[in-house]
Each structure stands twice: as C-alpha cells, then as structure tokens.
Design a protein around this ligand. Structure first.
Ligand SMILES: Nc1nc2c(ncn2[C@@H]2O[C@H](COP(=O)(O)OP(=O)(O)OP(=O)(O)O)[C@@H](O)[C@H]2O)c(=O)[nH]1
Length: 477
C-alpha cells in the first residue's frame, strides 16, 4: 500500500522511534521482571504489518535487537554481544512471524467482507490477536531462555503474563494506530468496515470530561484494591465497562479507541506505582474484556445505519423514492381498513407515462430516469399526508386516496394530467403526457381487485389515444 504523502520513506524511522518509545514506556511500568501490564509495541507491530506489510520487518528487527541490548543492561545479565545479537534476531523473527501471520490472515478476511459484516471483522480481529499474541509469547519466552537471559523457572511463570500483556497491547492499541494511519493510508478506511475514524460529533470538552470520569473511577478502584489488599476489589474494574461503553455510544470511533488506550495506560501506571503484582492478571483480562466489548459496541451504530438503509431499500423505490410495489400494497391494505372503519370512501388512480420508450430511445435512459423523478416529485406535491403513492414498475405509478370519492379522484387525475403535461423532459423540449385509470374502491374489494379494474381502465385510456383518463363514469363500462 502507498502512503498518500510524498515523504513515504519517513514512515520507517518514525515506526522505529514510536516502537522504541512504546517499549520504553512499557518497561517503565513493569510490575515484575519482563512483565508489564500491557505491551504497546505489539499493537504497533500488528498495525504496521497490517498496513505496510513485510517492508516493516527490517525496522521491527532493528527494534527487537535494540531492546534485547536494553534488556541486558536493565537486568545486568552481561551476555556476550554475539549472544545478544542472536537473541535479538530470534526474538525479532518470532515476534514478526507471529504478528505477520496474524496480520496476513486478517487482511485476507477483511478484503472479503463488506460493511454489513463489521461484527465478523471484529470477531476475526479478536481471534487473530489472541492467537498471534500466544505464539509471540511462547516463542519470545523460548528465545530469552535459549539465550540464557531467562531460566526454566522464570520461563514457566512468564509466558501467561507475556501473552495477556501482548494481547492487551495489540487489542487496545492496534485499532488506535490503524485509526491514526488511516489519515495517511486512505485504503484502511475500507478495512474499518464502515467505521468513520475521521469525524468527531461532540465538543472535545465533553469527551474529556467523560474520559476523566472513567480514569477517576479506575483510580478509585485501584487505590482501594491496593489499600485493602483485596483481590475482590480489583474485580470492580470490570464495572468500568459502563463509562467506556458510554464513550463508545456517544463519541466517534477514533475517540473511543483513544479512550481505551488512555484507560489502559492509566491502569498500567497505577499497577506499577502501587505494586499490585498479585492482581496483575485481573487487570490484564479487564483490559481485554473491556476493549473487546467496546469494539462490538462500535459495530452497533454501523449495523443500525445499514439496517435502516436496507429497510429504506425494501420500502422505497430507489429512483423516485416513492413506495415500492410491495410496500404500496401493504400500506394500502392498512389504510383501507382504517378508511372503512370510519365509513369513508376511497379511490385508486393508476398513471402511466405515454410513449416513455420513445423518450428513452431518443434521449437515453438517464434522461428517462430524470423524467420519472420529476413526475414523482410533481405528483408528491399534490398529495395529502394520508395518500399513498407508489411505483408499480417501469413508468407506471399508483395512488391511493383515502376519504376521496370517485368524483374528487377524477378531478385529482385531471389536475395531474394537466400538471404532467407542463413537465418538460429534462434537457429537452419534449413534454410528458400520461394516461390514467381511476376507480372508487368498493367496500368489499381488496386493493388488488381495485388495482386490476383501474389497470383495465388505464389500458382503455391508452387505446383511446393516450393523455386521457379512463374511468367507469367516463367509459360507461
Ligand atoms: N429510464 C428508465 N426507463 C425505464 C425504467 N423502467 C422501465 N423503463 C422503460 O420504460 C419503457 C416502458 O414502456 P411501455 O410502458 O411498455 O410503453 P410506452 O413506451 O410507455 O408506451 P405506452 O405505455 O403504450 O404509452 C420501456 O422502454 C422500459 O425499458 C426506468 O427505471 N428508467
């Protein structure tokens, strides 16, 4: 994928700087040797491999070697340069391989999905992150063990916090990095399954107050857990899903991702500052559970919007925006039931454009489409709230007029006939004409039966020279 800016090469040193800075940050917050609450560089590795692909690997390898030397200095293991180099390369290779495989699989899945399957994309992301981080943790621990930085006992206790730490880092931060990168790599937007990572609906002050509340409640739980030294209190952190969900439902996806990152950073800082080693796994799982729930929360507005779009497509004709055939007959049945309950009359008007095929053939289908839209708009302007207007198909429309007797329906049809005659086919000097079939609906009749009678009268009007109204009154049949 290509960055939209011309200085695309800059992404490599920036990636290295960001990765090393994140590593430093997590090292600062270690609660036990080699174990921090969450491992942010894993999130960056995953996002970089997803977006930049294999070209990110050399940079990630340099970072892996660099941090291996830092680890040696931190724990004063005094390994030889040869051993450290080898360990760094092995650690880098297994780290890149684990996340590279995961990113590759996710890329394939996302490319096959559409907007409506955002929950499937989220599920795939969560499963892939879970498995990639497990591979990265097992092979990472193994590489430290082979290099002698870690003994067997240390390795046994380390793989689980390493795994959950990597998983939390990836789960929380990879979507945030993707959101940031989507500004330079527009293609990512389509991967985000309909999520708009650019827009912000509310003022920043409102967002910050929600974020502060969430961090304040988190601090309260962690301080209480530290003070009373009770793991039960630590579980209270799971309740903080509520403020996070509030942010997810009311703020933009980008702000939601940012809030998860801030929330987990605050958790890691408190964790290290208060030395809450025994409760580490509770907090690590809480980060993962809250992040996973938040992502499904993000999918809800997208699903609601696509549901709305689908029902609009089912109810309305896509071109003219009047009721579709099916929806017209359904609504008409309900309207007729109400009309009859009050003992009111009802009428049906069918109208069909004259020689519409000629318009299409002479000026093209696009002009024909515009003529249909203009006709629909003209008719709509004449309707009452209770009238039902639909498109049967092609150039044929239908109009149910509740509370209207045949005489008034005929007047309405005549008014429409004149109005349509005044419509010029867009971009041409041709005028539209239409033929009509008008019936009063009998009290025992269904809308379909009335439709058949009106259609017959419409055919009569066509046979009688078009631009006219066929009705029982007029034809006398
Ligand atoms: N532009 C456009 N044309 C359509 C659409 N749906 C159907 N048509 C065309 O509308 C024309 C309908 O023709 P008919 O109703 O059979 O005949 P007509 O030319 O209107 O002649 P009469 O009805 O006998 O006056 C056909 O050429 C269809 O291809 C549409 O959505 N857009």
């Amino acid at each position: 994928m290509q960055a939209s800016e011309s200085h695309a090469w800059l992404r490599y040193p920036l990636l290295a700087l960001a990765w090393l800075a994140l590593w430093r940050l997590s090292a600062l917050m270690q609660y036990a040797p080699h174990a921090s609450l969450w491992f942010p560089p894993a999130g960056l590795t995953f996002a970089a491999l997803l977006v930049i692909g294999w070209r990110a690997i050399p940079v990630l390898m340099i970072c892996a070697v660099t941090v291996t030397f830092w680890v040696d200095r931190m724990y004063q293991s005094h390994a030889s340069i040869h051993d450290l180099l080898l360990t760094g390369l092995v650690f880098g290779a297994v780290h890149c391989l684990s996340y590279g495989l995961g990113a590759g699989i996710l890329r394939r899945i996302v490319r096959r999905r559409t907007m409506a399957s955002l929950p499937a994309i989220i599920t795939a992301f969560l499963v892939v992150v879970c498995l990639s981080s497990l591979c990265a943790a097992l092979s990472g621990v193994q590489s430290l063990q082979v290099a002698g930085i870690l003994d067997d006992q240390g390795a046994t206790g380390l793989w689980l916090p390493w795994w959950i730490g990597d998983m939390a880092g990836t789960m929380v931060l990879a979507p945030l990095f993707l959101g940031l990168l989507s500004r330079g790599y527009p293609e990512i937007t389509s991967w985000l399954g309909g999520l708009d990572f650019q827009g912000h609906a509310h003022p920043v002050g409102t967002y910050l107050s929600k974020l502060l509340l969430s961090v304040f409640l988190l601090s309260l739980v962690m301080l209480l857990a530290a003070h009373f030294k009770r793991q039960e209190i630590a579980f209270g952190v799971f309740f903080l899903i509520v403020p996070q969900m509030w942010i997810v439902y009311t703020e933009s996806p980008f702000r939601s991702a940012l809030s998860l990152a801030m929330f987990s950073t605050a958790m890691a800082i408190w964790m290290a500052a208060l030395h809450l080693v025994e409760q580490a796994l509770v907090y690590q799982f809480a980060i993962c559970v809250i992040a996973a729930s938040a992502y499904f929360g993000l999918a809800v507005p997208v699903l609601v919007a696509s549901n709305k779009q689908l029902s609009e497509m089912a109810f309305n004709d896509s071109l003219t925006k009047v009721a579709s055939k099916h929806h017209f007959f359904e609504r008409s049945e309900h309207t007729l039931t109400d009309t009859r309950r009050y003992g009111l009359p009802a009428s049906l008007i069918l109208l069909d454009i004259d020689r519409f095929k000629d318009i299409n053939d002479s000026f093209g289908h696009a002009v024909g489409d515009q003529a249909l839209v203009r006709l629909a708009m003209t008719v709509k302007m004449q309707l009452r709230q209770s009238d039902v207007f639909g498109r049967f198909g092609g150039d044929e429309f239908m109009l149910l007029l509740p509370g209207t007797n045949l005489g008034h329906a005929l007047s309405m049809a005549e008014r429409l006939r004149r109005l349509l005659h005044d419509i010029a086919v867009p971009g041409t000097d041709r005028h539209l004409t239409a033929s009509f079939g008008v019936v009063a609906i009998d009290p025992e009749e269904t809308i379909m039966q009335a439709f058949k009678r009106a259609d017959q009268l419409l055919l009569d009007a066509k046979r009688n020279g078009r631009n006219s109204i066929g009705s029982i009154e007029k034809t006398g049949s």
